[in-house]
Each structure stands twice: as structure tokens, then as C-alpha cells.
Design a protein. Structure first.
Length: 258
């Protein structure tokens, strides 16, 4: 799994800015110790720098696209999970009255746990939420399984199928939250960014504090944004359980107002 540092976008920004600025400074020091680039050598070096910067831009763009796709996936699964729970709440009415009441009560509690899954950050609480979610799933499945065994009819099968969708939706959501940008992609992107700043410092003619800060700052902001979008819990841009909260409000409203 992705290291915890990538769940802290501000730390990613600060570390990247410092490392890239130091790389530019190192390039400047190397330039001062060696002979100045002149004529064709400088032109060739400029081509290398341009190609490296282009490669960095492409990799940053691809990585940003990966982060956005994962964010969209988490949003879509949140919507699918809310739809699955709402559908099963309705289908529970196809079960015998006692079983229907039990399943709907458990679904209401289950819905609360799913909302908390999206909003809680503490690891200890997340463990409790996971345990309670699994417990509720086992309870609900045992009820619909018993009803299907007692009355193996197509109508009851709809309730069983709906419960299966609820469990599958939770599994897909969890998998989407574990699906992060690989460490190897981060390492490659950071390595190329360091090379770019090193070459920039070596290529500079009139170095200055502001000049050596522009590229590191720009790339660090890009890293911050990628880490923020890719982190399900640590970033500012998060998936809000809007559909689950809306469903909870609907289920808790008086019957006449639904």
C-alpha cells in the first residue's frame, strides 16, 4: 500500500519543494566548478533540458489523470452503494413481515456505518467500523438466507439478490479506496523532477533565488494536487457521502413525507 507520507499532501509539498530547490542549487554549484557551456555544447544541453522537462510534464499529466480516475471511481462506487442499500430497503418488503422489519432495522444501522466510513479518519475507529459492518452483513445475510430457504420463491430471491448487491457494493468501494498510485510511479516522477532541476541549475546563466524557486514551486504544487486527490482520507479534496447521507435522511423521514 502507498506510504503514509502520500496521505499528507502538505508534507509532500514541503518535502518536494525543499528537495527540488536543493537539486537546482546543486546544479548551479556543479556549473561553477566546471567550465561554462558555450556554443554548440550549450545548445545541445538546452535540447536535453527541454526533452527532460517535456518528459516530466507528460509523467505529471499521466499521474494526475490516474489520481482523477481513482477519485471518480470512489465517487461512482459511493453512488452505487447508496443505490444498492436503498433498493434492498424496498425489496425487504418482499420478505415475511418479521424478517422485513429485522432487515430494514439492520440496513438503517448499516447505512450509518457506511456514512462513517467516508467521514472518519482515525484508524482505530475505522477498525471498529469495519468490524461492525461485517457483523451487520452477516446478520442481514442470515435473515434473507433463512427466508429464502423457508420460501424459495422468485419474489424472495429478489430480496436475496438485493442483499448480495449491498455486500458487493461495499467490497467494490473498499477496493477502490485501496487502489492508489503505485510507489514506483511516485519514485519515477520524483527522480525525473530532481534531474530537471539539477539540469536547470547547471544550465542557468544568471542564477538567482527567485529563478531557482519557480520550477521547484510549480512541480511541488503539482505533486501536492496529485497526492491530495489520490488520498481518500488525508486530502482536502475528498469523496463526500452525499448519496448515502441523502438516503439516510430519506429513510429517517416520516413515512408520509417520503
Amino acid at each position: 500500500m502507498t506510504s503514509d507520507i502520500f496521505d499528507l499532501p502538505l508534507v509532500v509539498f514541503a518535502v518536494a519543494l525543499l528537495v527540488l530547490w536543493l537539486a537546482a542549487q546543486l546544479g548551479d554549484r556543479l556549473r561553477r566548478r566546471h567550465a561554462q557551456l558555450k556554443g554548440d555544447e550549450r545548445a545541445d544541453f538546452g535540447d536535453i533540458l527541454a526533452a527532460t522537462l517535456t518528459l516530466l510534464g507528460l509523467i505529471v499529466g499521466f499521474t494526475f489523470s490516474m489520481a482523477v480516475n481513482r477519485y471518480d471511481q470512489r465517487k461512482n462506487y459511493e453512488e452505487a452503494e447508496a443505490n444498492a442499500i436503498g433498493t434492498e430497503y424496498v425489496r425487504a418488503g418482499l420478505l415475511p413481515a418479521a424478517d422485513a422489519a429485522t432487515v430494514r432495522e439492520a440496513l438503517a444501522k448499516y447505512l450509518e456505518q457506511r456514512v462513517m466510513f467516508y467521514t472518519v479518519v482515525d484508524a482505530g475507529q475505522l477498525g471498529q467500523i469495519g468490524a461492525e459492518t461485517a457483523k451487520l452483513q452477516a446478520e442481514m445475510w442470515s435473515v434473507v438466507q433463512a427466508a429464502a430457504t423457508a420460501q424459495p420463491t422468485p419474489v424472495v430471491a429478489l430480496a436475496v439478490s438485493g442483499m448480495n448487491d449491498v455486500m458487493n457494493a461495499q467490497g467494490y468501494t473498499q477496493a477502490a479506496w485501496w487502489n492508489r498510485i503505485p510507489i514506483a510511479a511516485w519514485v519515477l516522477m520524483v527522480a525525473i523532477a530532481i534531474c530537471c532541476n539539477l539540469l536547470l541549475g547547471y544550465h542557468a546563466r544568471r542564477p538567482g533565488a527567485v529563478f531557482f524557486l519557480v520550477l521547484p514551486l510549480t512541480v511541488s504544487i503539482a505533486f501536492f494536487l496529485i497526492a491530495d486527490i489520490d488520498s481518500p482520507r488525508g486530502g482536502v479534496i475528498r469523496v463526500r457521502p452525499q448519496n448515502l447521507v441523502s438516503l439516510s435522511q430519506t429513510l429517517n423521514s416520516p413515512p408520509g413525507s417520503r
